[in-house]
Design a protein around this ligand. Sequence first.
Ligand SMILES: Nc1nc2c(ncn2[C@@H]2O[C@H](COP(=O)(O)OP(=O)(O)OP(=O)(O)O)[C@@H](O)[C@H]2O)c(=O)[nH]1
Ligand SMILES: [Mg+2]
Length: 269
Amino acid sequence: MSDVDGQESYLEGYPGVGRVLVVIPTYNEADNVGVITSRVRRAVPSVDILIADDNSPDGTGDVADALAADDPRVHVLHRPGKQGLGAAYVAGFAVARERGYDAVVEMDADGSHAPEELPRLLDAARGADVVIGSRWVRGGKVVNWPWHRQLLSRGGNLYTRLALGMPVHDATGGYRVYRLPALEKIDFESVASQGYSFQVELSRRVHRAGLRIVEVPITFAERERGASKMSSVIVGEALWRVTMWGARDRRDAVTRAVRGRTDAHARWP
Ligand SMILES: Nc1nc2c(ncn2[C@@H]2O[C@H](COP(=O)(O)OP(=O)(O)OP(=O)(O)O)[C@@H](O)[C@H]2O)c(=O)[nH]1
Ligand SMILES: [Mg+2]
């Protein structure tokens, strides 16, 4: 992992939340990274931005460096090569912790997550440990997505909710706010998931830790420029991991129930 550029950030933050770092992972987003950065800047001037680039062959890292040179509140984390979304976020979260931020935001670079909606997510973070920008709650929307992507996302989220018994409607969604103390409690550095399952694994850990999750409706738009990194490998990873976690949870519940019965028996005079 190479270093973040050494520029200082301002100290004031978002009212009621504190200093916020928006982490934007990028892989081949040269045409998007400037647009998203200036939209974030305009929408919430008090946040800092960290672009976590995996040495994109299309030169996204150079574009990001130019943005950072122009704006002291934009930083770049250059990573050696493509290691997946999960690893990029874990590295970005570690920077947030090291630099004493109070909250981190996850946001895609491709414009699917509208920065103009970020104030609503940050407002909700005043009363929550984690805020999920949600497509699949009342008021949430998806714009310009083909029916098969909608079906995949809705079906995947329904399966996840049932398999893991989590009251989250958009566990795969990647537009989020984490308060730093909450992030510490879920030991984010040990998260192994890479693709969509990274978001599910974090949701699961937050839920199991008893932390407060709030879902805020968002309008999610299909990317306008650049290529998707979604693949059958990413979908397969999510399906496999959710199934494994669900099976493990059921096995643990049965073990607990059997142990409870045996203990009750042992206590009987
Ligand atoms: N640093 C880094 N960023 C990644 C990697 N894979 C994806 N990203 C970024 O993660 C964000 C989400 O990726 P997308 O390709 O938009 O994936 P998606 O949103 O699931 O798919 P679409 O809906 O088709 O756009 C984008 O900002 C990508 O550039 C990776 O391996 N490393
Ligand atoms: Mg996308």
